[in-house]
Design a protein around this ligand. Sequence first.
Ligand SMILES: [Zn+2]
Length: 257
Amino acid sequence: MDESLAECPGCGGDARFSVRAPDGTLFGPYTLSQIRAYALERRIVPSAVLIAANGDVFALRQAGIAAPLPHTFAPAPTERRALPGWAILLIVLAIVASIAAIAAAIALPYRAMNRRLGPGGMACDYNLNQVSLALQMYRLDYNDYFPLEPTWRPALYPYLNRVGMTLQAFECPASGLRQRSYELAPALSGVSDRTLSYTVRSRVPMVYDAGLATGPGPHGGDGNVAFVDNTVRLLSPAQFKQYSANLPKQTPARPKP
Ligand SMILES: [Zn+2]
């Protein structure tokens, strides 16, 4: 019992109090222990007051009674609701669809490239990459000079070995020419690559599918071309002709390497 109630005359252990609701209705009288029990059961609102036998009025808290707030003020319990079956199905479908979209985005460029290059096109592209690499190593050893055109293939043998390739690198699967499937541009025979500026190297054809210079290439009329900067592209005969304009015009007298 708190101090204010202790000062209250006639507030002994078995003293009784009426309870006045906020709307003025009177209940009781009850003993303090009864009122405390009612408050715990939420049958008394916190704003109700106690009236002693002598007419003195006390708030509930003055009597040491903590009335809990009515239920309506209690926070709503959180409820974990399971997702309905159709929502789970929808999420699974969305995940499957996005995986399929990613797989297609990865595979489609390759399929498009395969279609564009035709049968054997990818292997041809790879061959020309390796031959370009061998040619670059040759030029490093020979003071930047290209090999002579009539003997360029045997000149590259040791360099192809170094990149783990065999003479198969000279064979385009789409061509019937076997190890003579590719040509070195005759205008580059015995030429120093220092005569070609770095800006023009990506436009100077170096090694390419044989026949592209004179007619249709083996890949649906087109042919693969390795440029001096070692990039490989598929060109039509007309495109090849345009790029050939970038080749050195005159073959200089071959210097001694
Ligand atoms: Zn080819």
